[in-house]
Design a protein around this ligand. Structure first.
Ligand code: SF4
Length: 451
């Protein structure tokens, strides 16, 4: 499963149409690199390294690591088969980039699966149910381990694909099976998990919290069962169920502010107990739970080294701290905005009030005229309020609220390697429609823009 709001959706898109073939395809060869010297070209496929089959670029990386004498079996784009022998200096880079990994899909029927909340005509890539230990290692995507194969188990251990991110949801087997829509035998991953932990693989666990299903006593049991494996299981992230307007499953109950407040009260007590025993809070609540509850985001020390920040756990605290640091740095530099900048910053509805407070301080200190506007998610509707799932159309719907000379949007609104948004609109199109330059930026880039 991708991170629980499918942040990873864009990154897997190009892989969907690929047909599985032998080896791994070279996407690009850097000029004057070892790869270029070997006359490798984009479109060639590396089939084997030193007689061992290559399935993807992780295999290539693993099988070439530390090797200086290599024999590569290559299927050229032309169809010819080459055997390339080479010697390289230790650690010398090949200058090759490869096709993306084709994600393995899950065989679960989770009741809260985000795919069930897509509009019927959403792009096919939004329906990808990835469950892939390689993407877990590379990008922090979660897997449930319900259908992990022996080969994958061995690969994690042999190639040290650590850490792994595991969606546990509940350690009560009946509840886990119910949530994943599988039988109890498949839901039981205790033996597999123990095997990974015994092999020294670090595991981060996740719970998608569904009111009335895995909360209260079930949640408490889950946290304590997982904490019993600390430090082999490093942390558990608890994130709320998110429902779009298309989720109509009667088994699901929407997350309310009151529910969030009760969860915070319950988990704060558990954190105190665990902190006294383990020296860490271990169980960390998603930012969304604090924001929905209307409660203060915990301090920096609450999050340790932010073990699951990409899952929206500590992201707001980290942003606020970075923002404070940025303001201090600019103050030290006696910085002033050369343009007395005036513009509109759009973000998701939950984060907008938090960002507004910060930007108001910034304006007061530096004389800028920036305004923060919250953007409703018209594509998914429902509880979806994170910036990463906003679309170009959402921006167009808010055109009357655009003020100043430019528009800023969060970088997460764009595909990681392109300026396209979730609904296929690109930044230039939106910019033309709004009649303003649109900048998809992070914090540091905002400061640079204002100079
Ligand atoms: S069915 Fe479950 S495991 Fe599969 S993608 Fe959906 S939420 Fe993830």
């Amino acid at each position: 499963m991708a991170q629980y709001v499918c942040m990873y959706e864009f990154a897997v898109t190009p892989a969907v149409t690929n047909i599985r073939r032998r080896g791994v395809e070279i996407y690009d060869v850097a000029p004057d690199s070892l790869g270029a010297e070997m006359e490798l070209e984009s479109g060639d496929r590396i089939i084997k390294v030193n007689g061992r089959v290559v399935r993807d670029y992780l295999d290539f990386r693993f099988q070439t690591a530390g090797e200086t004498d290599l024999v590569l079996e290559v299927r050229k784009k032309s169809g010819e088969d080459w055997e390339v022998e080479l010697e390289r200096a230790e650690g010398e880079d090949f200058g090759l980039s490869f096709e993306q990994i084709v994600p393995r899909q899950c065989a679960n029927e989770c009741i809260f699966c985000f795919c069930n909340g897509n509009p019927a005509d959403a792009r096919p890539s939004l329906f990808i149910k990835d469950e892939d230990i390689r993407l877990s290692f590379l990008y922090g995507n979660y897997t449930t381990m319900t259908s992990i194969t022996e080969d994958e188990m061995r690969r994690i251990v042999e190639q040290r694909l650590s850490p792994q991110y595991v969606s546990v949801h509940a350690t009560d087997l009946d509840v886990r099976a119910y949530m994943l829509g599988v039988d109890k035998q498949r839901a039981d991953i205790s033996t597999k998990l123990a095997r990974l932990l015994d092999a020294g693989i670090e595991v981060h666990a996740q719970v998608v919290l569904c009111p009335g299903i895995n909360d209260k006593e079930i949640l408490k049991k889950t946290i304590f069962d997982l904490a019993a494996e600390y430090p082999r299981i490093t942390s558990v992230a608890i994130v709320p169920l998110g429902l779009t307007r298309y989720n109509t499953d009667a088994r699901l109950t929407r997350v309310t502010p009151e529910f969030c407040r009760n969860v915070i009260d319950q988990v704060t007590e558990i954190q105190k107990e665990l902190h006294a025993k383990l020296g860490t809070n271990f169980a960390l609540l998603g930012d969304e739970i604090y924001l929905r509850a209307g409660r203060r985001i915990p301090a920096r020390s609450h999050y340790g080294d932010y073990p699951q920040i990409e899952d929206g756990v500590g992201m707001v605290r980290s942003f606020e701290n970075e923002f404070t640091k940025l303001m201090r740095r600019l103050e030290r530099e006696s910085w002033t905005s050369s343009k007395q900048a005036s513009g509109t910053i759009f973000t998701g509805t939950l984060f907008a009030p938090v960002l507004k407070k910060m930007i108001d301080k910034f304006n007061a200190r530096f004389g800028t005229r920036l305004i923060v506007e919250s953007l409703e998610n018209s594509y998914f509707g429902g509880d979806v309020s994170v910036a990463g799932l906003l679309t170009g159309q959402d921006l167009l719907n808010a055109r009357e609220r655009v003020a100043g000379e430019f528009v800023c949007i969060p970088k997460q609104m764009l595909k990681s390697d392109d300026s396209i948004m979730l609904d296929g609109m690109n930044v230039n199109e939106v910019s033309r429609a709004l009649g303003q330059p649109v900048h998809a930026i992070n914090l540091q880039e905002l400061a640079a823009l204002l100079r």
